[in-house]
Design a protein around this ligand. Structure first.
Ligand code: ADP
Ligand code: MG
Length: 243
């Protein structure tokens, strides 16, 4: 199977703080990979380096077989290929749900309005929010906002979706609806990298789980391998604390 993402020896520092230390990983086509680890271990920075919201200091990032050269390549193009969903939804407050989902395709891809609208309505149906198309974000629950954010990212027809703790800001009773949407997306064959503290989701949906500690990948494996027979003491300690 071909790799959608290939990262080799990624390093990133913020000032004196060496945050990512020789991170290498590959994500296969249609694979769902969960990235777990303590707060501050570098999970968000990995995701942000994958879609160039953050610039790596060194290392190679290959997306869909093509090495990304930050000097030559159009990073907006790369960000269209690699969609991202954040902990805090970042919806445009002055736009309706429908406008939120249509905005990027119309502005960045110069999609025709009618076409973009049809795609957006299809996506809203997919995330179960057809009835909210004309509502403004402030009228939505956190779970609904996050599902709009997912639809909005999908509107760009990304090759890969990155999720950075998409349910961490939600009230507990709203977590399930977002995880269900993500699971559905996984079942449809979307390639996904998910930073999450939802170990149940990781166990059930991930093909592979990667455990990070202090800017390094400590261990990776299938959910069964990682959760049931962790090899590294740090992984064991982390899982003991969170499971
Ligand atoms: P995680 O997502 O696993 O909690 P992060 O990738 O957010 O970890 O952060 C890893 C480390 O990098 C932390 O020590 C954090 O404080 C630091 N860090 C992240 N972003 C920045 C930034 N923009 N400037 C300075 N330090 C940062
Ligand atoms: Mg984070």
């Amino acid at each position: 199977m071909s790799n959608k993402i290939e990262v080799t020896d990624l390093n990133k520092s913020f000032g004196d703080l060496h945050v990512l230390k020789d991170i290498s990983l590959s994500i296969k086509n249609k694979e769902v990979v969960c990235l777990i680890g303590a707060s501050g271990s570098g999970k968000s920075t990995v995701l942000r380096c994958l879609n160039f919201l953050e610039m790596k200091d060194s290392g190679i990032v290959v997306i869909d077989g093509k090495e990304i050269d930050v000097k030559k390549d159009d990073l907006n193009q790369v960000r269209q290929q690699v969609g991202m969903v954040f902990q805090h939804f970042h919806l445009f407050p002055h736009m309706t749900v429908l406008q939120n989902v249509m905005e990027a395709p119309v502005q960045l891809k110069k999609a025709k309005k009618e076409e973009a609208k049809k795609t957006a309505l299809d996506l809203l149906e997919k995330v179960g929010l057809s009835d909210k198309a004309d509502v403004y974000p402030e009228k939505l629950s956190g779970g609904q906002k996050q599902r709009v954010a997912i639809a909005r990212a999908l509107a760009m027809k990304p090759e890969v979706m990155l999720f950075d703790e998409p349910t961490s800001a939600l009230d507990p009773e709203l977590v399930g609806e977002v995880l269900k949407t993500m699971k559905q997306l996984a079942e449809e064959g979307m390639t996904m990298v998910v930073v999450t503290h939802e170990m149940g989701f990781a166990q059930e949906v991930a093909d592979r789980v990667i455990y990070m500690h202090d800017g390094k990948i400590v261990e990776e494996g299938t959910p069964h391998e990682l959760f049931n027979m962790p090899q590294n003491q740090r992984t064991k300690d982390f899982l003991e604390a969170v499971l």
